[in-house]
Ligand binder design. Structure first.
Ligand SMILES: Cc1cc2nc3c(=O)[nH]c(=O)nc-3n(C[C@H](O)[C@H](O)[C@H](O)COP(=O)(O)O)c2cc1C
Length: 354
């Protein structure tokens, strides 16, 4: 299986399956001498972990990260940072019913077809459990990026969406509710809606908006490694992501160029920011903002029809402890992938002669 490493200079390789002994990774290319706050890393993991509220999966994983290398006396040494998170709460029997059949719209069918067989327990490598390792690496990247602020939040659940944009919201309120939506009234509606979806044994999708502030001018490597292209790849590599748009995104098509253009101030900043902080694939110093769309995930706790390995029709029943809506737990994952891209592109930018 290829494709388990992300990044050019600041790189993360992850390993592990949902119900194996552990998941983890190796971070290669983290510069030396970065003071690392291990409690801040654990805090981001806690924001992703299962069982944190009534609207997420009730699996009870502690998700405590153990570091093996690359950190000495509280600082990165510049050598590979190896780490693991032990899997402690697997209930593999919950997945017996999918051993020989495929959950529609999950990764079961394609893994079997591509690799010949699969670790079906908890979805194996296709499980979003893998993203805990990205959160560890991203939390380290955030500390390398000190001064750059990265804030993600839930801006839509099903049809319920924020009417204010990020500049009108108090992003310090994101963590004040289990949905991670910075508008408390909308958050309460979203929470009630997710609870009703959970009661039906169903799932619902949502959107996460992410904002990166204080990004210097110059990050991005045209032509194929444009900053927004790398952010798009990073976001679309997260489980259940179906869409990515930055700046004016899809709504921009409704505007005329004369309205869409961002007029300059004398210092090079712009009066508006439809460009989303990136022009020609290079950061322009304005806020970088983008939306990431997550689908309603596949595992419904309802009766459903599918096929077995031989293509025979099968009637089965979804079981186990699943997320009715993944966006509250995906907020730290989006931040982590953003930090990994920016850290990597910050290092790539050091290869430019000034
Ligand atoms: C935080 C998070 C939690 C997830 N939990 C579930 C889950 O409980 N049940 C499920 O079917 N999919 C879940 N997913 C999504 C699957 O991992 C994903 O849909 C699957 O691997 C197929 O990949 P795709 O949807 O990207 O095509 C979760 C995704 C994220 C980001």
């Amino acid at each position: 299986m290829a494709g388990n490493t992300f990044g050019n200079l600041f790189k993360i390789s992850t390993f592990g399956e949902s119900h194996g002994k552990a998941i983890g990774g190796v971070i290669d290319g983290c510069p030396s001498g970065i003071t690392l706050d291990l409690a801040a890393i654990q805090k981001d993991l806690d924001r992703r972990k299962p069982g944190q509220s009534a609207i997420v999966t009730q699996r009870k994983e502690n998700d405590e990260v153990e570091f093996f290398s690359g950190i000495f006396e509280g600082k990165s040494t510049g050598t590979p940072i190896g780490f693991a998170i032990h899997n402690t709460n697997q209930k593999s029997k919950d997945y017996g019913h999918i051993k020989d059949s495929y959950r529609p719209s999950h990764a079961d069918y394609v893994y079997d077809q591509k690799y010949g067989f699969r670790d079906y327990r908890g979805g194996g490598r296709s499980s979003a459990r893998e993203t805990a390792s990205r959160v560890v690496a991203g939390a380290i990247a955030k500390q390398f990026l000190a001064g750059i602020e990265i804030n993600a939040f839930v801006s839509q659940v099903g049809e319920l969406q924020l009417t204010k944009n990020y500049t009108e919201l108090d992003l310090s309120l994101t963590e004040s509710n289990p949905v991670r939506c910075p508008d408390p009234d909308t958050a309460a509606k979203m929470e009630a809606y997710i609870k009703s979806i959970k009661k039906e044994g169903d799932t619902i999708g949502g959107i996460i908006t992410c904002v990166a502030k204080n990004v210097p001018v110059g990050l991005g490597e045209p032509v194929f490694d444009k900053l927004h292209a790398e952010l798009g790849k990073a976001m679309l590599s997260i489980n259940a992501v179906k869409g990515f748009e930055y700046g004016s995104g899809f709504d921009g098509v409704k505007m005329k160029g004369s309205d869409h253009n961002d007029p300059f101030n004398p210092d090079g900043s712009t009066k508006t920011n439809h460009s989303g902080g990136i022009q020609g694939g290079i950061s322009n110093g304005m806020d970088i903002y983008f939306n990431v769309a997550f689908k309603p995930v596949a595992t419904v706790i309802q009766a459903y029809e599918t096929i077995d390995k031989e293509g025979n029709p099968v009637s089965t029943q979804g079981k186990g402890r699943h997320d009715p809506c993944v966006v509250p737990r995906a907020v730290p994952i989006v931040e982590a992938m953003t930090a990994l891209v920016l850290a990597d592109y910050m290092l790539l930018n050091r290869t430019v002669k000034r």
